[in-house]
Design a protein around this ligand. Structure first.
Ligand SMILES: Cc1cc2nc3c(=O)[nH]c(=O)nc-3n(C[C@H](O)[C@H](O)[C@H](O)COP(=O)(O)OP(=O)(O)OC[C@H]3O[C@@H](n4cnc5c(N)ncnc54)[C@H](O)[C@@H]3O)c2cc1C
Ligand SMILES: Cc1cc2nc3c(=O)[nH]c(=O)nc-3n(C[C@H](O)[C@H](O)[C@H](O)COP(=O)(O)O)c2cc1C
Length: 772
């Protein structure tokens, strides 16, 4: 038998010795159910395995499926026979073609293959038949009572799983139905590359995802917004009417070829998640357990990899419940990671109007290719160096125009090493040290720690260093250790830091000005974050008299006099910052501090002109902005750090952030630094790599103001990708700079970019760093 061939089979020989299930029922004969059945039968021919499928053997919906080269390797390991048959039937391609505004951008090196879903199912079923799996077609399963004697029931019944639905209280499904409409069509047009079309008509913007899956056929998925779909009258369209509409729309692209239907109904994509994938002896796999999105072509891959993982877990565990628990635990990470990639990818297609027509073709293409965060500037370079060279060149040309500084290097430098201008401040590169409180000042005066902390990060190569949240009054401090700009000696102490940065490095330095509001009078970071001081407290003010924690000090709701005082304190601090020589000031409108407490509906309960609607809530922060703008030199820029999301029920939303950014733009703000969260203790941000970048991207495209992005950025690959795709103008890194003050230097070295060292350090050029 085939059991000696490695992978699942090799390990699964142990199963009989451990008395593992012998009676297995698979509900659903899609890729997940068929593959699992054959893997288990191969592992042990004594298993009694039945697949129940509602359709006939030769019925199938859809056309082709795609696999990456990496997925095929997993298949080779699990079952060489099916792998051989699959690879003999697929159509392989390396190129992605993006058709955009009359141009075609081609990127190569992507290594995918497409095959007919019907052929795949036939291969899996034929192999299962040879191994002895029993199939019952046209067998509709409506509940599991008939299968109570089974040792294991595998719910592989797809996205609308009846098993999941019947036992929802145990699996706890969460189904998120997305905005766009799509239809899965076929065509006889043989695409030579994975092809994206973007076509605008009177009804809206239409996206096509097309790829060839055999010698004569391609999949052709048409996607659009619900509004465009309704305008086109497609909500009541028959399959033939859909075909006619799409054939006319894409007549030029199809070049005389027809579109094909196969239960081609318009749908909205559902993202399926389940808190648990197993209950007693029942387990969910494939689309029944989770979906990804057709834009990353991972549904069939995930389904078949689930089958492999489940078969392996059963091979390793003595009883079904422990095997199912292990499967759930081990497989979840990989699935969730793919679902995160799918989420950002589907959002890109939901928001394509944001980029369409705004981005130049090269940037639109780069943004599309890097949408899921899986493909970065770095690995795209490995796949297709020429494409990335073109992107870098175009980006450098844009930077030359924007900054007025000629980028001379040839080939063009990585995007992070291009200049950027805000008023008369020109940054030599796009890496920014995020403001980070050091809690090490004495009555607001920065000392040696600040000189070394900020100085070493400027020596470390960042284009801009933003000094920590510095308070405009003594009572505006977060803690007794916070820096300030409220006493004459503060100017001199900051001047020392600024002079060091200016005299010894090309970096620019900014000061973040703030008032802590209700989050003031608290302990140093390492003594209890946001926790009130046990003694020596000072009075607090805020938009409303609402404490941060129930046990925090209650702030006084500000009256007009308080507002004037705070406004004047900000303006005075800005004048002092100018005297200290700072290149830019950043106003802190985020993280729950005083000005943020006005903007968020969670902390602003006022009933006067400064509460209620968003324009009202923003009124006082804008007054402060205007006062600072008047006090700060016209030649120097102002940034505002805003909060794009409160991440709490009834809190401020990304849409509110668009309004805030647009208002700031009108008032003369030069750049917004887009952060989120920390408004209220209940805030639950969805953390993850680059989790705040979509907010910066949206503001940059829709408001048309430069943005800085911050939050979980740690690699130069991500920095270059964000910049080249136009998601932000500058990348701000906080903890990465605590870990490595020379982050930018190290990034330059790894990319082979020559970032000049200070004279004192020139001999480092002859030093070869080695790993441990
Ligand atoms: C537009 C579109 C494009 C896609 N493109 C790709 C792609 O390019 N690449 C890719 O990898 N994936 C793609 N997918 C996803 C892919 O089709 C699924 O993710 C994959 O088929 C999941 O396999 P599965 O076995 O879990 O579910 P399914 O393939 O849905 O199989 C479930 C089976 O269970 C049967 N069934 C359901 N209920 C019952 C019942 N009560 N009783 C008996 N039988 C039942 C169904 O008839 C079906 O045969 C795409 C999906 C869509 C919608
Ligand atoms: C030690 C520390 C102090 C911080 N102090 C400030 C601050 O003074 N002002 C501010 O706006 N954000 C502050 N932050 C938040 C960071 O600037 C940044 O927004 C956050 O850490 C996310 O970026 P990261 O993922 O690169 O760390 C601080 C973060 C850290 C780790």
């Amino acid at each position: 038998m085939a059991g000696g061939e490695g992978g699942v089979a090799g390990q699964a020989r142990l199963t009989r010795a451990y008395n593992l299930p012998v009676k297995i029922v698979c509900v659903g004969g899609g890729p997940a159910g068929l593959y699992f059945a054959l893997l288990m039968k191969k592992a042990d021919p004594a298993h009694d395995i039945t697949v129940l499928e509602r359709n006939r053997a030769d019925d199938t919906f859809g056309f082709g499926v795609v696999f990456s080269d990496a997925t095929l390797e997993n298949f080779a390991h699990a079952d060489p026979e099916t792998h051989r048959a699959i690879t003999a039937s697929f159509f392989h391609w390396d190129d992605i073609d993006i058709h955009y505004q009359g141009q075609v951008l081609t990127s190569t090196g992507h290594g995918f293959c497409g095959m007919s879903r019907q052929v795949l199912l036939d291969i899996l079923r034929t192999r299962g038949e040879a191994l002895g799996v029993t199939y019952r077609f046209q067998a509709e399963v409506s509940d599991l009572t008939a299968y109570e004697d089974a040792d294991l029931v595998v719910a592989a019944d797809g996205v609308n799983s009846i098993v999941r639905h019947r036992h929802a209280e145990h699996f706890q499904p969460e189904i998120d139905v997305h905005r766009n409409k799509f239809v899965w069509l076929g065509t006889t047009f043989p695409f030579s590359a994975f092809t994206f079309y973007f076509r605008e008509n009177d009804h809206g913007l239409w996206r096509v995802h097309a790829y060839r899956y055999d010698a004569t056929h391609s999949t052709f998925i048409v996607e659009t917004t619900e509004e465009a779909w309704l305008r086109a009258g497609l909500e009541s369209a028959t399959e033939d009417e859909t075909l006619a509409y799409c054939e006319e729309l894409f007549a030029r692209e199809l070049n005389g070829h027809r579109l094909l239907k196969n239960r081609s109904l318009w749908r909205s994509f559902p993202t399926v998640r389940n808190r648990r994938w197993h209950w007693k002896n029942v387990v969910l796999i494939g689309d029944a357990a989770h979906t990804a999105h057709f834009s990353i072509g991972s549904g069939t891959k995930l389904a078949m990899e689930d089958s492999i993982a489940l078969a392996e877990a059963l091979a390793r565990h003595r009883d079904v419940p422990s095997a199912l628990a292990a499967y759930d635990e081990e497989r979840r990470l990989a699935v969730e990671s793919t679902q995160r990639a799918a989420q950002v990818s589907l959002e890109w297609f939901e928001d394509t109007e944001r980029y369409f027509g705004r981005l130049e073709p090269w940037q639109f293409g780069f943004s599309l290719l890097t949408r899921s965060l899986r493909v970065t500037h770095q690995n795209l370079k490995v796949r297709d160096a020429k494409f990335v060279e073109t992107v870098d060149q175009a980006f450098a040309e844009q930077a030359t125009i924007q900054s007025g500084v000629q980028v001379r290097a040839q080939p063009a430098p990585p995007p992070m090493f291009t200049p950027f201008r805000l008023r008369e401040m020109v940054l030599s590169n796009r890496v920014v040290v995020s403001p980070m409180c050091q809690y090490s000042a004495t009555d607001g005066t920065p000392g040696d720690w600040h000189l070394v902390h900020l100085g070493s990060r400027a020596v470390g190569g960042a284009g801009l260093v933003i000094a920590e949240m510095t308070d405009v009054s003594r009572d505006g401090r977060i803690s007794p250790g916070c820096t300030g700009m409220y006493k004459p000696e503060h100017v001199a102490a900051w001047h020392r830091v600024v002079d060091f940065v200016h005299q010894t490095t090309p970096a620019k330095i900014a000061l973040q000005l703030a008032h802590a509001g209700r989050k003031g009078s608290t302990r140093l970071l390492w003594e209890g974050i946001d926790e009130p001081l046990p003694e020596g407290n000072w009075p607090l003010i805020s938009a409303s008299a609402v404490p941060y924690f129930p046990h925090s000090q209650v702030p006084r709701a500000m009256d007009r006099r308080d507002m004037e005082q705070v406004r004047d304190d900000f303006a005075r601090a800005a004048s002092m910052a100018a005297l200290a020589g700072f290149d830019m000031v950043e106003l802190h409108f985020a993280h729950g501090y005083l000005l943020a407490s006005f903007i968020s509906p969670l902390t602003n309960r006022r009933t006067d002109d400064y509460g209620g609607s968003l324009p009202n809530r923003l009124r006082f922060p804008l007054e402060v902005f205007d006062a600072v703008r008047a006090a700060w030199p016209a030649s120097k820029p102002i940034s505002v750090r805003i909060s794009a999301h409160d991440w709490a029920p009834d809190g401020a939303t990304p849409e509110d952030a668009l309004y805030v950014a647009a208002a700031l733009k009108v008032h003369g703000c030069d750049i917004v630094d887009v952060s989120s969260g920390n408004m209220v203790p209940e805030s639950r941000p969805r953390y993850g790599r680059l989790y705040q970048t979509p907010f910066a991207d949206r503001i940059r495209q829709e408001v048309g103001i430069p943005t800085m992005t911050v939050g979980a950025i740690s690699t130069y690959a991500d920095v270059n990708s964000i910049l080249a795709a136009g998601r932000a103008d500058l990348c701000v890194l906080a903890r990465a700079h605590l870990y490595d003050p020379y982050w930018t230097r190290h990034a330059a070295r790894e990319q082979g970019y020559d970032l000049p060292w200070p004279d004192q350090y020139v001999l480092v050029k002859s030093f070869a760093p080695r790993g441990t």
